[in-house]
Structure formats: C-alpha cells, structure tokens
Design a protein around this ligand. Structure first.
Ligand SMILES: C[S@@+](CC[C@H](N)C(=O)[O-])C[C@H]1O[C@@H](n2cnc3c(N)ncnc32)[C@H](O)[C@@H]1O
Length: 330
C-alpha cells in the first residue's frame, strides 16, 4: 500500500494513452513510444514493471499487448477512469500535490501551492487546458448526482433558480428540464460559464437560462427564489465558506431559499468521505463536513437550516432560509 511506483506508472501510461495504442493487439515498444510522444527504452521499462503487476502483456521482448487491466485505462473504458488519472488533467495534476502532504500536516505550508507555485484555482485560471479538463471531470461527476437531486426537492415551487459555482450547468439543466415552469441563472468563473452557455443550448434550455461570470467572494448581482450551491462549500475553509454563503443569502431575497447540496460525513460512505476530505485539504485547503458543520456555517451566514433531504448516494440537500434580522447569528 505504501508503494509509489505502481500508482505513478499507471498514471504515466494513462496520461500517454498507451492502452489506446495497444487496444487491438501487441505493438512494439518503439512504435508505442512514437505514437505516444515517449522515449522507447523508458516506456518499455515502465510497461515491463506493469506487466509484472497484471497490467499489459509482453508476448515477446519489447512488444506489449492489452489485457483486462490495460483495457480499464483506455479513454473509452466504461467508468471513465483515464481522465481522473491523466497527469496533464486538473485532478491527476492535483493528486501530485500529495507529495507535500507531510509539510501540510506539519503546518508548514499548503500542499498545492507548494507543489505548483500557485493555488489550484489560480492554476486553472492560467491554463484553459486545465480549466477545461476540470469542467469536464465535474460534468461527469455532476451527471452522476443531478438526476437524484432533480427529483428529491420540489423545484417547481420556484420561478427562478440560481446555481452558484454551477460549473458547466449539468445540475441546473437537469432541474430546468424536469420543471418546465422554472428559469435559471448560472454563476461561475469565465471558463465554466462559457461551457455552460454551450451546454444549455445543447440541452434545449438556453431560452430559460442566464449565465453570469462573477466571483462569489464579491456581492452577487443576481436574484432568484432558490440559490443552489452544489459541491462548492467543500472547496473552502470555514471562513471562506461562510463568506460565500453570506454573498448568496441576499441573492435569495427575504423569502427565498439557499440550497446546499453536499456529500456529508453523516453518510454511511465513510471511505469516500475521508478520501474527499483529504483531497479537498490537499488541492484547495477545503474540508468536507457533516450536517453539524454545515449548520454551523449556515448560522454564521445568517441562515437557518429548515429541512434536510438525504439522498441514497451520500449527498444531502440542506434547505436554508434567511434568519430574521431580530435573530442574529451567534
Ligand atoms: C467543485 S466545482 C462544482 C461545480 C458544480 N457545482 C458541480 O456540482 O459539478 C466548484 C465550482 O466553483 C467554481 N468557483 C471556484 N471559485 C469560484 C469563485 N471565486 N467564484 C465563482 N465560482 C467559483 C469553480 O469554477 C467550479 O465550477
């Protein structure tokens, strides 16, 4: 379990696309290297190491072929593992920041900026390729949860729904498609917002959506009956998460709702929860929370938790309303 060579060799071949090159049968290492932009000797040594661990075959010297293990690394493999392992993609790259974990745990510095010289979000902001890869991974993730969220809450009670930090808009589009009387506004940074405009058109909801490029650490200029924050607060420490909520609350007006959609510690899925929590710590200095933690954040943002809808997948929809002015936060 403590070996680093296996995960890094797997990620190296996943990044280079080796499994796609050998998908139909054995190929000489030199040819694989030529098609993957690699150096033949180094690549052959990596592949030979993996053959000994059940990934790829070597039917003759310096010729490598596919097997079940390598097929799982193909770009078209069901389950889509490759984009998460791709070291040139946002999450594969962020995983490399785990080399700085010990210094983060010692309290010396945050892992991601120590590994890459700037924060995760600054890194995405400076590289369209990284930003696009993150949006695409979040699209995949959101497709896994959006259908459940769209049926678990009475969305038709709202006229206008805002999705703040909504990424490409997968969740908002799903909600709008299921509730024809609603309209939506998605707010995010420039890269995801651009993707959202295209996505809403593809999904046939462009006429019912606005897309706003904005920073949720500044006062929001949007208004809606419900403001959704899905998988956003886990990216931030408590002070930042409270600030985001404080900026969202006025957008929902006096009678609107702020709806936090998050994977909660209180779910049965503790292995997933602890992994996400560690990733949030290393990538972005964020943290995953339980319902108590979310309630505490809400209170500090003058919000009261009115209802909680747990979903089967470990997520919950936490419904908040603004706390009346005569009942200030503790
Ligand atoms: C983990 S993703 C979640 C995306 C989407 N809500 C989902 O569930 O798939 C966090 C989102 O927050 C956005 N974000 C990060 N910093 C932001 C900021 N300062 N202002 C607005 N959006 C921001 C990111 O661009 C990203 O789309």
């Amino acid at each position: 379990m403590a070996d680093l060579a296996t995960p890094l060799t797997i990620r190296t071949v996943a990044t280079l696309g080796v499994a796609d090159v050998v998908r139909d049968g054995p190929v000489a290492a030199a040819d694989i290297a030529g098609r993957c932009g690699a150096e033949a000797d180094a690549l052959a040594r990596v592949l030979r190491f993996l053959v000994q661990r059940g990934i790829f075959t070597e039917p003759e010297r310096d010729v490598f072929g596919p097997n079940e293990g390598s097929d799982a690394l193909r770009r078209d493999a069901p389950g889509g593992l490759q984009p998460w392992l791709d070291l040139d993609g946002a999450v594969g790259r962020a995983d490399l920041a785990f080399v700085e974990l010990v210094e983060q745990v010692r309290g010396h510095h945050r892992a991601y900026p120590a590994a890459f010289g700037r924060s995760f979000w600054e890194d995405l902001g400076s590289s369209p390729q990284l930003s696009d890869s993150f949006d695409s991974l979040m699209e995949t993730k959101a497709q896994g949860i959006a259908p459940a969220v769209a049926i678990a809450h009475p969305w038709s009670a709202y006229v206008r729904i805002a999705d703040v930090g909504g990424g490409k808009g997968v969740l908002l589009a799903e909600i709008l498609k299921a509730n024809p009387g609603t309209s939506g506004v998605l707010l995010d940074l420039r890269g995801p917002a651009q993707h959202a405009t295209e996505y809403f058109a593809e999904q046939g909801v462009a006429e019912r959506t606005d897309v706003v490029v904005a920073n949720f650490f500044e006062p929001l200029t949007i208004t809606a009956d419900a403001v959704v924050l899905c998988d956003v607060l886990g990216d931030w420490d408590d002070a930042d998460a409270v600030q985001i909520l404080r900026n969202c609350a006025p957008a929902a007006g006096a009678h609107g709702r702020v709806l936090i959609v998050e994977f909660l510690a209180d779910s049965e899925l503790m292995q997933t929860f602890t992994e996400l929590d560690l990733r949030m710590m290393v990538y972005v200095g964020g943290r995953m929370r339980g319902l108590d933690g979310m309630q505490h954040l809400a209170e500090r943002a003058w919000l009261t938790v009115e209802d909680v809808t747990p979903l089967d997948n470990g997520y919950a929809i936490i419904e908040c309303r603004r706390t009346p002015a005569d009942d200030p936060p503790r």
